[in-house]
Write a protein that binds this ligand. Sequence first.
Ligand SMILES: NC(=O)c1ccc[n+]([C@@H]2O[C@H](COP(=O)([O-])OP(=O)(O)OC[C@H]3O[C@@H](n4cnc5c(N)ncnc54)[C@H](O)[C@@H]3O)[C@@H](O)[C@H]2O)c1
Length: 258
Amino acid sequence: MGDFSERVAIITGAARGVGEAIAQRLAKGGATVVVADLLEAEGRSVAESIGGHFLALDVTDADQWDQVAKDVRARFGSIDILVNNAGILHMGTLANTSPEIFRRVLEVNTVGPFLGIRAVAATMQEQARGAIVNVASVEALSGMNGLSAYCASKWGVRGLAKAAALELGRHGIRVNTVCPAGGNPAMFGPWFERMAPFMDETLAYVEQRAMPGVVPIETIAEAVSWLASDASGRCTGVDLPVDGGSMAGAWIPGFNTL
Ligand SMILES: NC(=O)c1ccc[n+]([C@@H]2O[C@H](COP(=O)([O-])OP(=O)(O)OC[C@H]3O[C@@H](n4cnc5c(N)ncnc54)[C@H](O)[C@@H]3O)[C@@H](O)[C@H]2O)c1
């Protein structure tokens, strides 16, 4: 699905995890893929493996964004797709979330996509064509204790996407958001040890989805690919959960026996 030949795509946070899977998927569809990430060695290696290109980018830096947009346009002729995928997690109660950490999470997860949309919008407007896809989370559709900064940042991305969709729609630019449950376990790395005492209840949460189990990153990449492609031509301002039915509601095992 998705013919991306002659399409140029910038994917942030594509040095690993979900971003890497998205980069592979769009490259398979024929896109010229730009892997934009802080992690240089990993990013270069992903770019090389898919026949793409690496550009160093800190998504919180407006000047770097402008430079990336300028470079991509100069080297490849257009910017057709932007996937705002780079993100960070902080796990901690309100008391264990400092104002600095809260601001940092917003800076990467919300301000980053804002700067990205701002940087590519002029080129996309000139082309009268563009697809922007943000990778948010199911925590952009509901809340979760211990994730105040992350939830706030991901709800912010959804709001940003809707305003941008309205502002840019008449220029042929679509802005959509994918809301996955699950991604790369590496994102939880720093918290694994502290989560160990309650790993059973964490896994039980995953098992109580309409479709139990972890959502594979390839499934998330497929959803992003569809929203980036012409196949979703009149979809804009959409939030697409890719969550095994987490957002469908509560599942109570006994009720299936009534
Ligand atoms: N891991 C999950 O369970 C999960 C669940 C739902 C949504 N998501 C979302 O999916 C996206 C990808 O997450 P992942 O699971 O692949 O995590 P990950 O930690 O494996 O990858 C995140 C990538 O973003 C990059 N990045 C971080 N800060 C950056 C910055 N300032 N500038 C540029 N790049 C930066 C990292 O270097 C890394 O390559 C994130 O937006 C995340 O919030 C993840």
